[in-house]
Write a protein that binds this ligand. Structure first.
Ligand code: NDP
Length: 507
C-alpha cells in the first residue's frame, strides 16, 4: 500500500511500499516510481473563522452565544467555530419555517418552486470545486470522491426533484397531493452535503419547508449550501440550518411545530427518535445502519468483483451505511479472490484527502477511530485473522489502514456490528442457499451485492436477500431516481425516486 504525501509530512517518503514488494511500480533497475503529489488548491474556498446559524434567510449567532470548533480530521487543525443551537434557536427556526410554509412556499405555484430548485442545482455545479474542497477538509474524504461523487450527486438530486415539483399530481399519489408542512431533518457526517441534498430537495419540491441539523463534526458544507440558498434567492425561512450536537437534533425532532421528521444516522439514535415521535402524529422516516453482504460466486468476473469489493467497503473509508462490509465468497474461489484483493489493496494510496491521487482519506473523528479500533481488536480477540497492506499512517490526524479479516465466524462482532470504517470481514459459502442464509443473518436490511455471470441467479438471489437495495455486478451506485432505504434495524421509508417523495406528501 502506498501512503500519499500529506501536508503533515507524516507520510513523507511514502509511495514506497514498506514491505518492499513491487506493487508500487518498482522498475527492473530498482527505481521507485512515485506519483507526483497532485494537491487540489485549498484557495478555492474561504473558510470564515466563525459561522452562525442560518435562520429565516440570515446567518445569526446562537441565542445562548454557544459555539464549538470543527476540525480537519486529516490534520486535527481547527477549521472554524460554529454556533451551537439551543432550544430557543430551534423555536426560532421552526417558527420561521412555519411562516414561510404558510405565507410563501406552500401557496407558491409548483412551477415557481421548481425554478428555485433548478437555481440551487446550477449554483452547486458552478461552485462545485469549492464544495468539494470544503467537504474534503471538514470530512476527511478524498477529493476525487467529493469531486466526482458527493457534489455531482447533490446537484443531480436538486435537478431531479426540480423536475417533480410541478408534476406531483401525476406521480400516483392521487389528484392533488399536499405538502406535509415543516420538516425537521437530522443528518450524519459521512456524506454531509449529499445527505443535506437528499433531505432538502424532495421536501422542497413537494412544498414543505425545512429545518436541517447537520452533524457536529461536518457542519461546513451545509452552511455553504445555506449560502447557496441565499444566492438562489430562496425566500427566507424555507430552508433553515441549525448547527449543533445531538441535543440540538433531539430538540428539533421533539419540537411540536415539526410535522415530519427525517433522520439518517445510527440505529441507536434512530430508535430514540422513534420513541420521541411515537404518538405525536408526526411523520417519520429513518435511514439507519447496515451490515451489507457482498456475495461473490465462483463464476463472477474476478477482476470486476475485486473492484466491486474494494469499492463496496473502502469507498469513503467505509463510512457508508450500505457498505459491503461482509464479503461472502464461494469457498472454491475464496483463496484466489482474497489473494487478488490483497494485491489490489497494495496499490491503494492513503493520505492527504486533497491530493487527487488519494484513494483512502482520514477517519472523520477521534471517536469514530476509537470505535473502529475497538471493533477490529475484537475481531482478533475472537479468533479472526487480521491483515492490512504494508502502510505508514500520517503522524497527525485520524487514520486507519484498509483491513481484511479472514476466518470470520458469523458470531463474531465484526460480522454482526456496523463498524463504519475500512474493515472487511470475509466469510465463505458453498451453495446459493447457504449464501442467502448467511447474507440474511443480520439484524439489518439495507443493502447487498451479487457477483455472478448468471442472470437467473441474480434474480433468484435478489428475491431472497432481505435488503432494501441489491446491486448486481456492481456496488455503491446511486441515482436520484432510484429509491434507497432499508427495513428491520436499517429503518423504514425510502429516499429518492417517486417513493422518496411520498414521505413528504399528504396523499
Ligand atoms: P448519530 O446517529 O449519533 O448521528 C447522526 C445525527 O444525529 C447527527 O447529526 C447527530 O448529531 C444527531 N443526533 C445524535 N443524537 C441525537 C438525538 N438523541 N436526537 C436527534 N439527533 C441526534 O451517529 P454518530 O455520528 O454518533 O455515529 C455513531 C455510529 O453510528 C457510527 O459509528 C456508525 O456506526 C453509525 N452511523 C451510521 C450512519 C448511517 O448512515 N448508517 C451514519 C452515521 C453514523 P451529532 O453529530 O452532533 O452527534
Amino acid at each position: 500500500m502506498q501512503a500519499g504525501k500529506d501536508e503533515l509530512g507524516g507520510a513523507a517518503g511514502a509511495g514506497t511500499d514498506v514491505a518492499g514488494t513491487d506493487v508500487a511500480g518498482t522498475d527492473v533497475a530498482g527505481t521507485d516510481w512515485e506519483y507526483a503529489p497532485a494537491p487540489e488548491s485549498r484557495d478555492v474556498v474561504t473558510i470564515a473563522p466563525e459561522y452562525g446559524l442560518f435562520v429565516d434567510g440570515e446567518f445569526v449567532p446562537a441565542a445562548g452565544g454557544e459555539a464549538f470548533p470543527t476540525v480537519n480530521p486529516a490534520t486535527e487543525e481547527p477549521l472554524a467555530r460554529v454556533a451551537e443551537a439551543g432550544a430557543a434557536d430551534v423555536d426560532r427556526a421552526v417558527a420561521a419555517a412555519r411562516a414561510a410554509y404558510e405565507r410563501v412556499w406552500g401557496p407558491m405555484p409548483p412551477a415557481e418552486r421548481a425554478k428555485y430548485l433548478y437555481r440551487i442545482a446550477r449554483v452547486l455545479q458552478e461552485r462545485s470545486r469549492e464544495f468539494a474542497v470544503l467537504e474534503s477538509l471538514d470530512n476527511g474524504k478524498p477529493i476525487k470522491e467529493s469531486r466526482d461523487v458527493d457534489v455531482p450527486l447533490a446537484a443531480a438530486h436538486f435537478f431531479y426533484h426540480a423536475g417533480w415539483a410541478d408534476k406531483l399530481e401525476y406521480a400516483g399519489f392521487g389528484p392533488s397531493p399536499r405538502p406535509v408542512g415543516v420538516a425537521g431533518q437530522v443528518i450524519p457526517w459521512n456524506f454531509p452535503l449529499l445527505m443535506a441534498a437528499w433531505k432538502l430537495a424532495p421536501a422542497l419540491a413537494a412544498g414543505n419547508t425545512c429545518v436541517l441539523k447537520p452533524a457536529e463534526t461536518t457542519p461546513l458544507t451545509a452552511l455553504l449550501l445555506a449560502e447557496v440558498c441565499q444566492q438562489a434567492g430562496l425566500p427566507p425561512g424555507v430552508v433553515n440550518v441549525l448547527t449543533g450536537a445531538g441535543e440540538t437534533g433531539a430538540a428539533l425532532v421533539a419540537h411540536p411545530g415539526v410535522d415530519k421528521v427525517a433522520f439518517t444516522g445510527s440505529t441507536e439514535v434512530g430508535k430514540q427518535i422513534q420513541r420521541t415521535v411515537a404518538g405525536t402524529g408526526k411523520r417519520l422516516t429513518l435511514e439507519l445502519g447496515g451490515k451489507g453482504a457482498n456475495v461473490v460466486f465462483d463464476d463472477a468476473p474476478a477482476e470486476a468483483a475485486v473492484e466491486g469489493i474494494v469499492n463496496g467497503i473502502f469507498f469513503n473509508q467505509g463510512h457508508v451505511c450500505c457498505a459491503g462490509s461482509r464479503l461472502l465468497v464461494q469457498e472454491s474461489v475464496a483463496d484466489a479472490v482474497v489473494d487478488r484483493l490483497r494485491d489490489r489493496l497494495g496499490t491503494l494510496r492513503l493520505g492527504d484527502p486533497l491530493d487527487k491521487n488519494t484513494d483512502i482519506g482520514a477517519i472523520n473523528s477521534r471517536q469514530q477511530l476509537d470505535k473502529i479500533s475497538e471493533l477490529a481488536a475484537s475481531g482478533e480477540a475472537q479468533g479472526a485473522e487480521r491483515w492490512s497492506p504494508p502502510c505508514r499512517l500520517p503522524d497527525r490526524g485520524y487514520w486507519f489502514p484498509p483491513t481484511v479479516f479472514t476466518g470470520v465466524a458469523q458470531s463474531h462482532r465484526i460480522a454482526r456490528e456496523e463498524i463504519f470504517g475500512p474493515v472487511l470481514s470475509v466469510l465463505t459459502f458453498r451453495t446459493p442457499e447457504e449464501a442467502v442464509t448467511k447474507a440474511n443473518n443480520t439484524p439489518y436490511g439495507l443493502s447487498a451485492g451479487v457477483w455472478t455471470d448468471k442472470g437467473s441467479r441474480i434474480l433468484w438471489l435478489a428475491q431472497r436477500l432481505r435488503a432494501g437495495v441489491v446491486w448486481a455486478n456492481t456496488y455503491n451506485r446511486f441515482d436520484p431516481a432510484s429509491p434507497f432505504g432499508g427495513y428491520r434495524e436499517s429503518g423504514f421509508g425510502r429516499e429518492g425516486g417517486r417513493h422518496g417523495l411520498a414521505a413528504y406528501l399528504d396523499a
